[in-house]
Write a protein that binds this ligand. Structure first.
Ligand code: ATR
Length: 280
């Protein structure tokens, strides 16, 4: 039997830096499947025509990255509950010419933490502090709610953007919005169990993240969704003072798994070889 060739890919702008083609093509080969995954640069003006083109070309689905994760929702015929809660779509399945949107970033965030945390760590062990309130923060906050965090503090430069996040999230009563200037105060950090940076600050080429950890308990797990560099200044500081840390690369790897599963019918594994290739 000749397997059906399944075309998939990533739309975004820019996309040339993306590791997703490497990840998905590695799995296509590893599991002996028939298909290909390509990065497609689509500017905002070309989004609608570009998507129509993918459907016409018979794509089985595609990932969506910056800056289209919100705009793509208006072209989806259905959105699953998670995509609605997060308010962003990063994965689309095309079936009979119809687009079905979902969000696998929540899964990616939670799986990465589960895989990389010390055995005694539990999300339910105390409050979480989330830095940022953009698209990535929405997935992280929903992940924290699903993983059992009792309270989530959000510090964002523009407080109004953090307020917006509350309008879709599933348990807004768990969330407390604090001023950006309060993120490193003793009052904020004293009872924090989990600290995560969801802004792009600290990424290679971006401004540094200023975050003083003096008042953070040494047991708190520190995570950064930035993975270039892998050891961001935040993680390096946390590690130096003895906090457990989790890097961001696993979120990228794990968010890809349910997407691949939806398109190719195989739930792929993240193995050492793939991780090394992505980090190289
Ligand atoms: P993404 O979808 O990748 O999360 P985004 O939606 O543009 O990207 O969100 C970027 C986040 O980084 C926001 O929380 C943003 O804060 P604002 O809501 O105030 O814009 C935050 N951010 C970006 N530059 C920042 C800076 N120089 N200082 C503090 N926060 C910053």
């Amino acid at each position: 039997m000749t397997a059906h060739f399944i075309k998939t890919g990533l739309i975004g702008h820019p996309v040339s830096h993306s590791k997703s083609p490497l990840i998905h093509n590695y799995w296509i080969q590893k599991y002996g499947l028939s298909g290909t995954y390509t990065a497609i640069d689509l500017s905002c003006e070309n989004l609608e025509a570009g998507i129509a083109n993918l459907v016409a070309e018979g794509f089985g689905g595609f990932n969506v990255t910056v800056p289209h994760k919100v705009d793509v929702m208006s072209f989806c015929h259905t959105l699953d509950p998670l995509a609605k809660i997060v308010g962003a779509v990063n994965t689309v399945v095309v079936q009979n010419g119809k687009l079905h949107g979902t969000n696998t970033d929540v899964y990616g965030f939670v799986e990465n933490i589960k895989e990389n945390t010390p055995p005694h760590f539990s999300f339910s062990g105390g409050a979480a502090l989330v830095l940022g309130a953009g698209g990535a923060a929405r997935a992280v906050v929903q992940g924290l709610i699903e993983a059992g965090a009792p309270e989530i503090l959000i510090a964002n430069r523009t407080r109004a953007n953090a307020d917006l996040l509350l309008s879709t999230i599933s348990q807004p009563e768990k969330i407390k919005i604090i001023d950006w200037s309060e993120r490193q105060s003793q009052k904020t950090l004293a009872n924090i169990n989990f600290l995560v940076n969801t802004t792009a600050l600290g990424m290679s080429g971006k401004a540094p993240l200023e975050m003083d950890l003096t008042h953070l308990p040494l047991s708190a797990l520190v995570h950064d969704i930035v993975y270039a560099p892998l050891l961001t200044a935040l993680l390096q500081n946390a590690k130096n003072r003895g906090n457990p840390i989790a890097t961001g690369i696993g979120m990228l790897l794990h968010q890809a798994r349910p997407a691949f599963h939806r398109w190719y019918g195989v739930m792929p594994e993240v193995d050492r070889k793939l991780t090394d290739m992505v980090l190289a």
